[in-house]
Design a protein around this ligand. Structure first.
Ligand SMILES: [Zn+2]
Length: 1017
């Protein structure tokens, strides 16, 4: 699963919640006041007024058309208080009359008394009754489900009948299974092979644990199998993030699609809704013949009725977990392709998108990726088909349902003529991610949610490996992984309020919490460290064994560690992987290694480790455990370099607080480098002498140090300084070599590391000095690279990715920090667009140009972009136009935008949060967004409160750059008075703001002093 933002990798693209410090590249802002709008532009404006009017007319028409694909206007109606539903009358034909009629409201006094007695009995035994335990009791196991559903698209209801074949492991009078917010019509229990029924004494819901309990007159016998039949109606909520069934009105019809992960299957049908209860499923869906239905498996037969209804019977699934089950009812069309091994891949989308070919790119890479994974894992794709369904609205970016993966349109449809490389990369990586899940997740499923990082970490790591397969020159795993995953998550995991990657979780309501950046990104970073210290080919062999052993089953992290240890043993290496990895997965945070050259004894260095935290004053989350007790077994790779040469790397396992090691060939001028190619999940610090030698090396001949280490040194230095481990001038001195740097990654690392520093300084009096310093570092490379020409006719896939990305990064820095030429260029391009009404702005820099234009030019440009936002139907374009509107310096416009953001008809629910966060990043809008957030908290919390990842993204996005004492007080006061959840997000926010305030107090002046001196030299 990918959360709505989780797919995004960098720059102006966000990532999931958290200080989910979606480290967007610095936003264009001007240090001059508004540069006057070019005279020619004014003229152009006048000339184009008529054209504009015409465009507006078309825009209005298009808007109407586009909004046809919005959410169902009124949403599905809620069930009446008596629980009866409009669709309930239409029972699937052949439903037998139930022997017992359940239900709370109908339950007599007698039943209530019985229940009380029963509760007392459990109390006497000092045990929780089986229905009150957070996990299902283990005495029953579902083997097979027959599920017959009727979908009533007109009134958004479902009725269904489920038959579960149960195996009895321990005798019991109770059947406890999940069922939540549904209306149960009838229950029947029968012994499977003998026809005899088992009398149901009573049934009841126990909402606290979201279960339904069937109490029988006699015990079910061990090792017999029984059939449980339940006839029910599903209640569908009008809430995209809560509902198991999402309705969207699209092309004059409704589209309905399920989302069961993590705990919504229990709202769609009574089931054993824990990942460990794998079973086979046979699904039938009855619907109007004007729609088509999809599910995990292909349709086996369709039975048409005279009244215009049809029942699709799907083939039986292999053993699988309930949360990967899916179905959809829609009127979409598709294109199809077939893999070498005969898997039929279809992409379903709205008919106009299919006609335009917007799904062809996804379809094509999906075929290639299935072939790649089959070869890499040596385990064939398990189902006969894979459908990719593109939907206009979805709570997540994508969901990897087995054989029927669902994607929000922005993450799968791509129109090559108007998509940037970033957008292409985004779409690609989401697809690579979901396809990896067909193995890591669907086929082998984590035993329980605490190890969700097992599936998400792998899928995230493979985004880079799989993209390297599609685009071999892009070096994603070796390079881009660093900035987009490693550096990103170390920001979050460096907070004292972080948590371990394996998180204990019991309650259903808490399960959403485990899908966070730590699970995705730290999981991926740990897997990459493991792959590197094992060696990639042994690692791959180990994964093949792991998938082969556990396919169609569940596995916990220890199963993985054991398989990988065995694989290592086979090549003659002995490492206890479980012992090593437990320290990384069960402890929060990560270490900083300090390497000190020992001045008295030759060739001896001292290596020490401690937990890295941004704010050493922050209270540890677990006060019983001080930071001092954190220890890791660290695979530290190390190399020695001098002016023109670097040694090959050696690996040192560091497991103590402090250790002495002998390094041969250490000379006066040689420097040490730790964490070669930044494969490890930790930071490295050195004595100042070594930092100076490294800076010298970078300035003289940076290519002696690898590209990934150059990026790693930049990120480590900036963050070590931010946390006070290193003087503030060191990172700024390292940056100086960038004027010679022709590789993209170090620039990207610098740009991302500068971003939080920029936000700490952007409202200070001396900001200009900082600004001036950065501009100087960027100027020569900006001149050298220039601007891209319009590449509308070139295939962006063939464009040189590294070069284009580097140019983009440098232009972004130049425009952000106020390079005059960059501003002029952006203004000219916008003026040309307005006057000619032809958008000739190169695709790869459109977001930068739009944002710069809006921030520099007058209100008319804002209005023009606003109009374009309404009129465009291209999803990628819509997003960057909306974000550009947040770049204005005009507080009235920013306020207007904030107020419009909550109007669902103007801004999609999932985009509103981005608007607020982007305004908060703008120094002119930070206080406005913060104020707006506090005033509208009730509305925002009602809207996003249950969707933890959205809420946490919002809270951190609005607060992460607050940095004054006054703002910290406001935050604390707000927390005292607010109502609603998000406690974890708020405690993280307080720690972040405290660290910001502390930095201002301790280090700001030190930084400015050095900058002043440096600029006058
Ligand atoms: Zn995922």
């Amino acid at each position: 699963m990918i959360e709505e933002e989780a797919a995004l990798r960098n720059g102006s693209r966000g990532l999931p919640p958290g200080p989910w410090a979606e480290a967007a590249g610095p936003r264009p802002r001007t240090t001059e006041r508004h540069i006057a709008v070019h005279k020619r532009l004014v003229l152009g404006f006048a000339v184009s007024i008529l054209a504009l009017l015409a465009v507006t007319m078309i825009a209005v028409l298009l808007t109407v058309r586009f909004e046809e694909c919005g959410a169902a206007a009124d949403g599905p109606p809620r069930a009446g208080s008596n629980g009866s539903l409009p669709g309930a009358a239409r029972q699937p034909s052949g439903a037998e009359q139930p022997p017992a009629r359940p239900e709370e409201e109908a339950r007599g006094r007698e039943a209530a008394e019985e229940e009380e007695e029963e509760e007392e009995e459990w109390q006497r035994r000092r045990e929780l009754p089986p229905w009150a335990r957070p996990r299902l009791p283990r005495h029953l196991r579902p083997l097979h489900y027959n599920l017959m559903l009727s979908a009533f698209m007109e009134n958004f209801t479902f009725s269904g009948e489920v038959n579960v074949q149960l195996e009895v492991l321990n005798a019991s009078r109770y059947i406890v299974l999940h069922a939540h917010r549904m209306h149960i019509e009838a229950v029947r229990v029968a012994e499977d092979k003998l026809a005899g029924g088992v009398r149901v004494a009573r049934t009841f819901f126990y909402p606290q644990t979201q279960v339904f309990v069937v109490v029988l007159n006699r015990s079910l016998e061990v090792q017999r199998s029984y059939n449980l039949k339940i006839i029910y109606n599903a209640i569908i909520e009008n809430d995209c993030w809560l509902s198991f069934f999402i309705f969207v009105f699209c092309f004059s019809r409704f589209l309905g699609v399920t989302q069961f992960s993590p705990t919504h299957a229990r709202k769609a049908f009574p089931c054993f809704d824990e990942p460990i209860y794998k079973a086979t499923f046979k699904i039938s869906i009855r619907h109007q013949a004007t729609y088509l239905s999809l599910s995990n498996m292909p349709v086996e037969t369709s039975v048409f009725e005279e009244d215009g209804w049809v029942t699709d019977h799907f083939s039986q699934t292999p053993l699988m977990s309930t949360y990967y089950l899916a179905w959809a009812v829609c009127n979409f069309t598709y294109r199809e392709t077939v893999t070498k091994s005969g898997v039929v891949v279809r992409l379903y989308a709205r008919p106009d998108a299919i006609r335009r070919g917007s799904g062809d790119y996804a379809l094509n890479i999906t075929r290639r990726l299935i072939e790649f994974y089959e070869d890499y894992f040596k385990v064939p794709y398990s189902l006969p088909k894979l459908d990719l369904l593109a939907v206009p609205k979805h709570p997540y970016a994508a969901m990897e349902n087995w054989g029927l993966s669902v994607f929000v349109e922005q993450r799968i449809l791509l129109d090559p003529s108007i998509s940037s490389i970033l957008y292409l990369l985004d779409v690609t990586m989401v697809i690579v991610h979901e396809l990896c899940h067909q193995w890591f997740g669907d086929l082998v499923t984590p035993v329980w949610w605490e190890d969700v990082w097992l599936k998400e970490g792998f899928a995230h790591y493979f985004e880079f490996v799989g993209t390297d397969y599609l685009y071999p020159g892009w070096n994603m795993e070796k390079q881009r992984f660093l900035t987009d995953v490693l550096h990103e998550v170390m920001l979050l995991d460096g907070l004292a309020s972080s948590h371990p990657v394996s998180q204990e979780v019991q309650q259903a309501s808490d399960i959403d919490r485990v899908f966070d950046w730590i699970a995705y990104k730290k999981g991926a970073a740990l897997i990459r460290m493991l792959a590197n210290f094992m060696g990639h080919s042994v690692f791959q062999m180990g994964l093949q064994d792991y998938l082969t052993i556990h396919k169609y089953g569940n596995a916990a992290r220890n199963d993985l560690w054991n398989t990988l240890s065995k694989a290592l043993k086979r090549v003659g290496k002995s490492v206890n992987i479980q012992e090593v990895m437990d320290q990384w997965t069960l402890q929060m945070g990560y270490p900083v290694i300090t390497i000190l050259g020992n001045e008295t004894t030759d060739n001896i260095i001292v290596i020490s480790q401690e937990r890295f935290v941004y704010d050493s004053d922050a209270k540890p989350k677990d006060p019983a455990r001080g930071d001092n007790s954190y220890l890791w077994q660290i695979p530290l790779t190390i190399a020695v370099g001098n002016t023109s040469h670097i040694s090959s790397e050696a690996i040192i396992w560091v497991s103590n607080k402090s250790e002495h090691h002998r390094i041969p060939a250490l000379e006066e001028t040689s420097w040490l480098l730790g964490n070669i190619n930044q494969t490890g999940y930790f930071r490295v610090n050195y004595d100042i002498r070594n930092w100076r030698l490294i800076i010298n090396q970078l300035t003289r001949n940076h290519e002696v140090i690898s590209v990934s280490n150059r990026a790693g040194l930049i990120d480590d230095a900036f963050n070590l300084a931010r946390a006070g481990y290193l003087p503030q001038n060191i990172p700024l001195e390292i940056m100086r070599y960038l004027s010679q740097e022709k590789d993209f990654l170090p620039w990207h690392a610098a740009s991302r590391a500068l971003y939080p520093l920029d936000k700490l300084l952007d409202r200070t009096e001396s900001y200009n000095i900082f600004n001036e310093y950065i501009l100087r570092q960027v100027a020569s490379m900006y001149l050298k690279l220039g601007w891209p020409t319009n590449n509308l006719n070139k295939s962006l896939v063939q464009a040189s990715y590294q070069h284009e990305e580097l140019r983009r990064e440098v232009i972004m820095l130049a425009c952000s920090f106020g390079n005059k030429h960059c501003h002029q260029q952006a203004a000219t391009l916008i003026s040309d667009w307005i006057s000619s009404n032809r958008n000739r702005i190169p695709l790869n820099v459109r977001d930068i140009v739009y944002c710069t234009g809006v921030s520099l030019m007058d209100e008319d440009v804002w209005e023009f972009i606003w109009m374009k936002f309404h009129s465009t139907t291209a999803v990628s374009e819509k997003k960057i136009l909306l974000e550009a509107l947040t770049c204005s310096d005009d507080r009235n416009l920013l306020n207007r935008l904030l107020n419009l953001s909550l109007n669902s008809e103007v801004v999609l629910d999932q985009d509103a949060i981005d608007v607020i966060i982007h305004v908060a990043r703008n120094p002119h809008g930070r206080d406005l967004a913060w104020k707006f957030f506090r005033e509208k908290w009730k509305i925002l919390n009602a809207r996003y409160g249950e969707a933890l990842f959205m809420n946490s993204k919002l809270v951190s996005g609005v607060t992460e750059f607050l940095n004054t004492e006054a703002e910290l007080r406001e935050l604390k006061n707000f927390i005292k008075s607010y109502e609603g959840g998000a406690a974890v997000s708020f405690s993280r926010a307080v720690e972040t703001v405290e660290a910001n305030v502390r930095w201002q107090k301790l280090y700001k002046e030190e930084l400015f002093q050095w900058l002043r001196k440096s600029l006058t030299n």
